[in-house]
Design a protein around this ligand. Structure first.
Ligand SMILES: [Zn+2]
Length: 602
């Protein structure tokens, strides 16, 4: 081959170009900002891939793969984390959690979540009473089961009074019953003559005197009303409380949550804690929320006003996700159509309420006409069958528009196959929660062990191809901790250890995790942007304290995160990753039980 002057010059030029290249090839488009290596990464894609390392860029997954593959994406400024062989999963997404309300009250509440003995629970009550200032209350607001205690029983009014003395105290068990101590009864002016709302009672002892126990039978208004009358936190305390609650969720590996509104929680007035974090760009969790009407009988007007002043449908738009997105209406659309999940009391029937059908139909039609997604609280198959009749009617009247909208039922503990087929026909989804993990013993007492075997029939839902999301329904009718919920999905057992679900209705660890990640993402129309760790998905993940896929089942309940990442940013770190833990203001007020006990008790 003959070299001309030109070929020399060309050769020289190439040499020069190569020589000028820095040591490592750094194409900005493929240079990671964060790399986690030496991990057992569950990508949770359709192939159930496990990888060794993950690379993150612009808040999204750049790649997962072997150590060698991923290390090639390292640049000079890439942050490197060694997972020390730990298991890494997509961030957990609770698709039915009362986050904004939970945050609002977290610092004021003594949590019995995870407490192992009643003795310890009463000791915490006593200690909290001693530090509670004049004018404030000791309050335990749900999230526990008497069967989690070694003693397997409720506290007695005498034990609560002995522990708390003259410090007003309110202890709530799910939406079934509550205890007011003597000081509390007095402050609220409740005596033997006080009338309880219909479908509830102030329990009296054989002497005709109030015992202090409030019973929802099944109407929980008697319980809600008391919570509403307890002194609120100040605005600063509430914002701090919201921060502490979301950090607690991050500590447990939660990176997303879908808010179902809730009683005694008015939008937008009571959402300021979360709204202020979002406005400041400080949301450590991705939160979608549904709106819950507060005015019984005027729900239609409340929704009209919300729809006139707010927009939905931005979820899934990556460029917009600032972690606080309005998604639609529910979980209640009309109070008259709400069947309360109190298994210590008879099942409420919608037929007993003359206006339920007209009430919910108007509101459903409004959502369909406005194109607003919606979700509907329904515990029992009978309620679901009734409401499906309305949905099918509206779908008919609107030329199939219900089936084109993202809509779902919540809970569905006793839904039957025939109802599942009708949900499927209308393209509906279902969000299930671990409520029976906290109330399963009472469900079996009332409905029998047979009915509990398929409550809810989650395996059947999946076999029928119905989109299913998982969660807790925390913070009152269950603990907000996702791990007891995953334990329940896998073992079919309550937190008290009672077996409920039959083997055919139990999920594998991967199936359960899928529901708690991508399954839940469906509920907020975000299954295309999060829930797996495939390339391009949000870099939301948790590095776990134990290997979820191999740890003995009983220990699944106690798993936590040691490093939680949202959008490529560390939102929580402990142990070897403590130095990455973002600063958090000290808990206020001074007497807050969270300052002394934190949240979930391991
Ligand atoms: Zn509900």
């Amino acid at each position: 081959m003959k070299f001309t002057t030109n070929s020399y010059l060309a050769g020289l030029l190439i040499l020069l170009l190569v020589a000028c290249q820095p040591a490592t090839q750094q194409n900005p488009a493929t240079t990671a900002e964060l790399i986690v290596t030496n991990a057992k990464i569950a990508v949770m894609d359709a192939e159930q891939t496990f990888a060794e390392a993950i690379a993150v860029k612009d808040g999204k997954v750049l790649a997962t793969g072997s150590h060698t593959e991923i290390i090639a994406l390292k640049g000079d400024s890439t942050k490197m984390l060694d997972a020390e062989g730990r298991t890494l999963i997509p961030g957990l997404n609770d698709s039915h959690l009362h986050l904004t309300r939970g945050g609002r009250f977290f610092n004021a509440e003594l949590r019995w979540d995870g407490v192992k003995t009643l003795k310890r629970a009463l000791q915490m009550l006593k200690e909290q009473a001693e530090r509670t200032p004049e004018g404030q209350w000791v309050r335990v607001i749900g999230g526990w089961s008497p069967f989690q205690f070694a003693e397997k029983r409720f506290p007695t009014p005498a034990e609560i009074n002995e522990a708390t003395g003259n410090v007003p105290t309110y202890v709530l068990f799910l939406y079934s019953r509550a205890w007011l101590n003597k000081a509390g009864l007095e402050i609220l002016g409740i005596d033997e003559n006080t009338k309880a709302p219909e479908g509830s009672q102030f329990e009296k002892g054989p002497d005709g005197k109030l015992s202090g126990v409030l019973l929802a039978e099944p109407n929980p208004t008697i319980l809600y009303a008391r919570i509403g009358s307890l002194p609120p936190l100040s605005s600063d305390e509430m914002i701090n409380s919201t921060r502490q609650f979301y950090r607690e969720l991050n500590r447990l590996g939660v990176t997303s949550g879908i808010d179902a509104g809730g009683g005694g929680h008015k939008f937008p007035r009571d959402y300021t804690g979360t709204a202020s974090l979002a406005t400041a760009g400080e949301m450590p969790i991705r939160l979608s929320y549904y709106l819950f009407p507060q005015n019984k009988g005027a729900e239609y007007e409340e929704f009209q006003e919300w729809m006139a002043n707010n927009e939905v449908g931005h979820n899934g738009e990556i460029h917009l996700d600032h972690g606080y997105e309005l998604e639609g209406g529910g979980e209640f659309l009309a109070w008259s159509a709400g069947d309360f999940e109190n298994f210590l009391a008879p099942q409420p029937l919608l037929e007993d309420r003359p206006t339920w059908r007209a009430d919910i139909k108007r509101v459903i039609r409004l959502h369909v006409d406005k194109g607003w997604p919606f979700r509907i609280h329904a515990t029992y198959g009978e309620s679901i069958a009734n409401i499906l009749g309305v949905l099918e009617e509206v779908n008919e009247e609107t030329g199939g528009k219900v089936a084109q909208l993202r809509w779902l039922f919540d809970h569905a503990e006793t839904v039957q196959e025939s109802e599942l087929a009708r949900i499927k026909a209308l393209n509906g989804g279902i969000a299930i929660q671990a409520r029976l993990a906290y109330a399963g013993e009472y469900f079996v007492e009332r409905y029998g062990a047979d009915k509990a075997k398929q409550a809810p029939p989650v395996k059947k839902m999946l076999e029928m191809g119905i989109p299913v999301g998982a969660g807790t329904d925390g913070t009152r009718v269950a603990s907000y901790n996702p791990w007891p919920a995953l334990y329940w999905l896998i073992t079919g057992e309550t937190v008290g250890g009672l077996g409920l679900a039959e083997a055919a209705n139990r999920l594998s660890r991967s199936e359960a995790l899928h529901l708690y990640t991508q399954g839940s993402a469906y509920i907020s129309n975000e299954e295309r942007v999060k829930g797996t760790l495939e390339k391009g998905m949000y870099a939301d993940f948790a590095l776990l304290s134990d290997d979820y896929f191999s740890v003995p089942e009983a220990q699944i309940k106690d798993i936590q995160s040691v490093l939680t990442v949202v959008g490529g940013k560390v939102v929580y770190g402990s142990g070897a990753y403590l130095s990455f833990n973002p600063p958090l203001p000290a808990v206020i007020p001074e007497w807050s039980p969270v300052k002394f006990y934190g949240g979930y008790q391991k």
